[in-house]
Design a protein around this ligand. Structure first.
Ligand code: NAD
Length: 380
């Protein structure tokens, strides 16, 4: 059989659709990748950047297939990309053009979300352009949006994962110490919900610096400092420590909530925490994950711990309340972490492998139910 030569290889899961759109009249160029819709319509954010690689969008769409399945949502995986500088003044015109060009797919086959370069105002623009409130999530409150970052939904889920991990390691929650890297939407919420559980936040950092107090930092005062100064680095009621030292400080739990690849092999070798729970995506490199396992440090990966945002997006999509979102995150993360810990022990595999196996199983089950599951990769 003659096959089209592509720059990527579809496999037994997808992608189902790879769409390139452009409008020569205004210079808009973009992609939409719908990876797998066995569990529901495609869902994933749109990224806006001057340089985007289609293969990267394809990879991110696949990640969304697993993430939505792990979050147990009736959504498939998808990702959008617009090749444009998000800081430019005519971004709205380009975004409108992108949404218009995908009108036949949004929202029946794809629901837009926010990714790098897009904010809630952009979700409102998409909804306005397509005259459909279901076209996007991440909308402002007046359009029925749930502000995930303000509510701290992702951080809430990360703390739920931490609580199950503490139980697993038989560490009492009250006074358990935690160090948090990054004091953005995720890191702040982790600090807030950990303090609510009466854990001790012993160190935090942001891009400007790191601070520590073994007796526990006052999280409310820390958030106030951040609101006033835009950084916690100069917080007077704590001792400054070198940036990066928050990762290896003595504590029960370390939660990297800043960006990808901060925990490499060298850091993993020095970590003193007994539990590492990933708030940021891909903060712990694969080699570091291996080293943590060898050192018997319990590591809960991003795809299991930071699903709060995607669950929030689903709740917004079905017009649910913030309260429903918290409740669903609590149930999902608690169940997933428990099941995955058990599965990892039972099968002698890593926690990430157990998570991936659970996601694949859920997607395969949905594909079987639709009669579309073929074990062998396409083209073989
Ligand atoms: P953010 O931009 O609000 O905050 C990032 C924080 O990390 C800032 O405080 C920044 O100063 C700090 N930082 C950056 N580099 C650092 C470094 N080298 N050392 C210490 N601190 C550093 O971002 P966010 O929304 O909190 O997201 C953080 C991470 O979590 C990202 O990887 C994001 O993709 C991921 N994530 C976010 C959500 C969400 O709901 N916001 C959901 C899933 C995953």
């Amino acid at each position: 059989m003659k096959r089209i030569r592509l720059d990527f290889e579809p496999d037994e899961f997808g992608p189902e659709k790879v769409i390139c759109v452009s409008d020569p009249s205004n210079g808009m160029q973009g992609f939409l990748v719908i990876d797998n819709t066995a569990r529901g319509i495609g869902k994933g954010g749109i990224r806006m950047a001057p340089n985007l690689d289609l293969r990267e969008i394809i990879r991110l769409a696949r990640t969304m297939t697993w993430k939505n399945a792990l979050a147990d949502l009736p959504f498939g995986g998808a990702k959008g990309g617009i090749l444009w500088d998000p800081a430019s003044s005519d971004r709205e015109r380009i975004l409108r053009s992108y949404a218009r060009s995908l009108r036949s797919l949004i929202p029946n086959s794809y629901v837009c979300g926010l990714d790098m370069g897009l904010s809630e105002n952009d979700a409102a623009v998409i909804v306005d352009e397509l005259c459909d409130r279901k076209a996007a999530t991440g909308k402002p409150a007046f359009l029925g949006g749930i502000n995930y970052d303000q509510l701290g939904l992702t951080g809430f889920g990360v703390v739920r994962a931490i609580l199950v991990a503490l139980e697993e390691r038989k560490i009492p929650v009250v006074n358990a110490s935690i160090s948090i890297q990054g004091f953005g939407a995720v890191g702040r919420a982790v600090a807030r919900f950990a303090a609510e559980q009466r854990m001790k936040v012993v160190a935090v950092s942001d891009i400007c610096g790191a601070i520590a107090d073994p007796e526990g930092l006052n999280v409310d005062a820390l958030i106030e400092e951040w609101q006033k100064q835009g950084t916690i680095a100069g917080f007077a009621a704590a001792k400054p420590i070198p940036l990066g030292a928050e990762m290896t400080i003595s504590c029960d739990v370390f939660s990297p909530c800043a960006k990808e690849d901060t925990v490499d092999l060298e850091v993993a070798q020095k970590i003193q925490a007994r539990i590492v729970v990933e708030g940021a995506n891909m903060a712990v490199t694969p080699q570091a994950q291996e080293r943590l396992a060898q050192r018997d440090i319990l590591y809960i990966p991003d795809v299991i711990a930071n699903v709060g945002g995607v669950i929030g997006a689903y709740i917004e999509y079905v017009d649910g309340s913030a309260q429903t979102a918290f409740e669903r995150i609590r149930k999902t993360v608690d169940n997933n972490v428990r099941k995955i810990l058990e599965e990892a022990k039972h099968q002698g595999i890593s926690i990430r492998e157990a998570g991936m196996a659970m996601a694949r199983e859920r997607v395969i089950e949905a594909m079987k139910a639709k009669g579309i599951w073929k074990r062998r990769p396409i083209g073989e």
